[in-house]
Design a protein around this ligand. Structure first.
Ligand code: BES
Ligand code: ZN
Ligand code: ZN
Length: 456
């Protein structure tokens, strides 16, 4: 899909179809194929409602062979939010076609900006920014949707290297030998039963003269069978989604380098496959993590926290004086149960940072729900044989306990926030502008967060 801004009045633009917005009591749309007019009825012109309803129209359009559509930015003196329009068009148009033989139909969108209060340059900048953001969301979706056979830790390392072609991005890949030297035993243990070598990927985006520095960690389990604590039946289907955190970090670095944000951003990705085999790590094994904590394995399916623990250890050791460290992971099914699947669970101690994240969430429309830590559950992580265990017996509040495990590897708690994206990063249903499967969740939120942080 291509989007063009036109200075002419709507009537002067020739196209196959016209889309009109009207205020109404109900949310609905009328698609008249004969008159070639679509009327979108909205009970509110709020951004989220525009996204919610317009995405339905964009999907409907896929059933027809129309080649172009025109729309006026100013509707009866009401100016629509160009960014929301562009996001919705480009994100709802996305289809994952790698494994489909059918070709995609192309549609051109002409937006008449006649009568807009904004000048052309500003609108052009918005279009260009939102095109970068949407294509980065779609880039994340493509990675997460790719089948595990076609996307291994090595594929992720290659994708990171491709990003490093940008002059401001550098990339270091650590294979098993180097992981051993660094003492990254958790990544090694989780990936041991896989024929695909586990990797730690360190990406650095460093524009000249940047004064701010942030670290983003990503869980990149390219497939999660559960390991010897094997997932059963339907529970394993879709576990290609377990690389969503790391894929998101790749997407964020791609987006901000194209947007040329003036912040140094490090991405540390733990890329592994959690498999079964004669050399698999086992429940009852004890792993020494971060060169000091002995962790008793009680469930090999709680592997994400182990991989991330090594990422924290690596980041603390190798990256100096950062302002924040945020981790993104499809960590627990419990976070889906708590918030219904469309919302990421977030946990952290810094209230100011929490407010910043919530503001970015509100601005981007990507939902977050805060979960509280509490000291009463600390005992659940205690182990009889080691310093602590990786998966408590009591499975209630598993999303909070996942974060409490990670907390043990965080050096400065004030700098940290955890995002459990198990729900919103992959859904087996269409929702708003998001397709079946991977959503690319978190990218828009993080771009808002980083844009604001650059200005602060
Ligand atoms: N990758 C899963 C979490 C997950 C579940 C992601 C559903 C996406 C959808 C994770 O590794 C896992 O299996 N977590 C366990 C943790 C438990 C053993 C403490 C879970 O959620 O059951
Ligand atoms: Zn698991
Ligand atoms: Zn997992």
């Amino acid at each position: 899909m291509n989007i063009y801004l036109k200075k002419q009045k709507l009537d002067a633009i020739t196209s196959d179809l016209e889309l009109k917005f009207i205020a109404s009591k109900k949310n609905d749309y009328d698609f008249n194929v004969e008159t070639k007019k679509i009327v979108l009825m909205l009970n509110s012109f709020k951004k989220e409602n525009i996204r919610y309803m317009l995405s339905k129209v964009v999907r409907q359009l896929k059933n027809y062979s129309f080649k172009s559509l025109k729309i006026s930015l100013v509707q009866k003196k009401k100016e629509l939010d160009l960014a929301s329009l562009v996001d919705t068009f480009l994100l709802s148009d996305y289809e994952f076609l790698k494994y489909k033989s059918e070709k995609k139909k192309q549609l051109d969108i002409y937006i008449s900006i006649f009568d807009s209060k904004e000048d052309f340059k500003t609108l052009e900048q918005i279009l260009s920014e939102r095109t970068i953001v949407s294509s980065s969301v779609n880039y994340v979706r493509d990675i997460v949707n790719t089948a595990p056979y076609d996307y291994t830790p090595d594929t992720m390392a290659k994708d990171a290297k491709k990003l490093a072609k940008d002059e401001n991005i550098s990339c270091k890949i650590y294979g098993e030998e180097e992981l051993e030297e660094l003492g990254l035993n958790a990544i090694l243990a989780v990936s041991r039963a896989s024929v695909n070598e586990g990797k730690l990927i360190h990406l650095k985006y460093k524009p000249k003269n940047s004064k701010k520095k942030i670290v983003l960690l990503g869980k990149g389990v390219t497939y999660d069978t559960g390991g010897l604590s094997l997932k059963r039946g339907d529970g394993m289907v879709s576990m290609k989604c377990d690389k969503a955190g790391a894929s998101l970090v790749l997407g964020i670095i791609k987006a901000i380098s194209e947007l040329k944000l003036n912040i140094e951003v490090h991405g540390v990705l733990g890329a592994v496959e959690n498999m079964i085999g004669s050399d698999a790590f086992k429940p009852d094994d004890v792993i020494k993590i971060a060169n000091k904590h002995y962790v008793e394995i009680t469930n090999t399916d709680a592997e994400g926290r182990l991989v991330l623990a090594d990422c924290f250890y690596y980041a603390n050791k190798k990256i100096k004086d950062f302002d924040y460290i945020l981790d993104f992971a499809t960590l627990t099914g419990a976070s889906i149960g708590a918030f219904g699947g469309f919302t990421a669970a977030i946990l952290g101690h810094n209230q100011k940072l929490k407010t910043k994240i919530e503001k970015a969430s509100h601005k981007s429309g990507e939902l977050v729900g805060y979960m509280p830590f509490n000291i009463y559950m600390q005992d659940r992580l205690k182990s009889g044989v080691a310093d602590f265990l990786n998966s408590p017996k009591d499975k209630s509040a598993a999303a909070i306990l996942g974060a409490m495990f990670l907390e043990k590897f965080v050096e400065d708690k004030n700098k940290w926030f955890h995002f459990d994206i198990a729900g919103p990063s992959y859904r087996k249903q269409v929702w708003g502008e998001n397709p079946y499967g991977a959503s690319g969740y978190g990218l828009r939120l993080m771009v808002e967060f980083l844009k604001k942080y650059e200005r602060d």
